[in-house]
Design a protein around this ligand. Structure first.
Ligand code: NAD
Ligand code: DAO
Ligand code: ZN
Length: 380
């Protein structure tokens, strides 16, 4: 199907792919993945969206089905936070590729992941599944798609499973953010970590993703939220979002993980790495409490990077996890997150620090690199 892209934001991932740091980055390509638009045309067999529908592209493709099979056994539906519902539940059917694919992918049949693989092999190679070819050309030569979305374009072509149809009353210049970073931060807290009331939390990196973790940690009633960044200009917004403490690792000769362990009588219950730096990932793990602390890797490190810690950190009960799109099953969850925004229950508007025209995209990248924006929304 094709969609007219009306608004697209810039995400750190676009920048680091543009800088050649993404191992999967294919060039020449059309970047962009955090966007919203309107369906312009649908191809043969497309049933779940129609021309004129408002949509948010989803790089975590999900498709729809009503039943979930696990190891060949029919079990139940799963919720957006991956918990299994009673099979007799009357909740609306969840989205899996079973309704669109003759054979659902085994990831969609498993309750523990949001990583549908139905089009992954093609989106990873920057092409469409139907014919293994790109839909974009420049001077007669093909351009690769990016993450199955390619939203830095007035029109894009995406797989049916890669869009979420959303409430047409929702302002697309705001809810475009739900296609990536903000949803990821919220989901890291609610779905991946499952933070509970009274838990202590540390968030490393106070860009939009880290702030979204703070927002969710406040909603989860975390008792203490320690915000960590090397740029002290980020602390005002962190406090505004609900951080109880701010720590600049550059302010102390002591390693930041030790600073946090000392502040919290042994470490935090959960930490979130929202930078994409492997040294920060180590610090985030090691500031977790012995015996039960869990660290969630949200940031995407550059190609070739490796994480390390002393294995005894894990032997003594700390847990290292990662999350893609906050564990949300995108095609199902994004419309629900849009509805949550429409109910007034989120800070989504506050993440938009700049509105610019698409022709100003290079200035927008400059703002991103300089750490002077949270999210820039470009209108096409
Ligand atoms: P951002 O660049 O706006 O924010 C990063 C923050 O980290 C900045 O405030 C920066 O000052 C801070 N920082 C840099 N070095 C630091 C250090 N050594 N210690 C502490 N803080 C440091 O980025 P963003 O848009 O918020 O994205 C954050 C990360 O999340 C990126 O790596 C992005 O690729 C990733 N991401 C992951 C997913 C996913 O599904 N896992 C989704 C979206 C984004
Ligand atoms: O299914 O193998 C897979 C990977 C799907 C994409 C996961 C992307 C996670 C990080 C994205 C960064 C922000 C756009
Ligand atoms: Zn699937």
């Amino acid at each position: 199907m094709s969609a007219q892209v009306l608004f697209t934001a810039l995400c750190h991932t676009d920048a680091y792919t543009l800088d050649g740091l993404d191992p999967e980055g294919l060039f020449p390509c059309i970047l962009g993945h955090e966007a919203a638009g309107v369906v312009e045309s649908v191809g043969e067999g497309v049933t779940s969206v129609s021309v004129g529908d408002h949509v948010i592209p989803c790089y975590q493709a999900r498709s729809k089905a009503q039943k979930l099979l696990l190891n060949g056994r029919r079990v139940s539906q799963t919720t957006t936070d991956n918990t299994v519902l009673d099979p007799s539940s009357t909740s609306p059917p969840q989205a899996y590729c079973a309704d669109l694919e003759a054979q659902p992918c085994k990831f969609c049949l498993h309750p523990k992941t949001n990583l549908c693989q139905s089009v992954r092999a093609w989106t990873g190679r920057g092409v469409m599944k139907a014919d293994g070819a790109s839909r974009f050309t420049l001077d007669g030569k093909p351009l690769f798609h990016f993450m199955g979305t390619s939203t830095f374009s007035e029109y894009t072509v995406v797989h049916e499973v890669s869009v979420a149809k959303v409430n047409p009353a929702a302002p697309l210049d705001k809810v475009c953010l739900l296609g990536c970073g903000i949803s990821t931060g919220w989901g890291a807290v609610f779905n991946t970590a499952k933070v509970q009331a009274g838990n202590t939390v540390a968030v490393f990196g106070l860009g939009a993703v880290g702030l979204a973790c703070i927002e969710a940690a406040v909603e989860a009633k975390a008792s203490r939220i320690i915000a960590v960044d090397t740029n002290p200009d980020k602390f005002a917004s962190a406090r505004q979002w609900g951080a109880t403490d701010c720590v600049n690792p550059k302010d102390s000769a002591t390693a930041v993980q030790q600073v946090i362990v000392d502040m919290t009588d042994g470490g935090v219950d959960f930490s979130f790495e929202c930078v994409g730096n492997v040294e920060v990932m180590r610090a985030a793990l090691e500031c977790c409490h012995k015996g039960w602390g869990e660290s969630i890797i949200v940031g995407v490190a550059a190609a070739g990077q490796e994480i390390r810690t002393r294995p005894f950190q894990l032997v003594t009960g700390r847990v290292w996890r990662g999350t893609a799109f906050g564990g949300y099953k995108s095609r199902v969850a994004v419309p629900q997150l849009v509805d949550k925004y429409m109910s007034g229950a989120t800070k989504l508007d506050s993440y938009i620090t700049h509105n610019m025209k698409f022709s100003e995209i290079n200035e927008a990248f400059d703002l991103l690199h300089a750490g002077k924006c949270l999210r820039v929304v470009l209108s096409l």
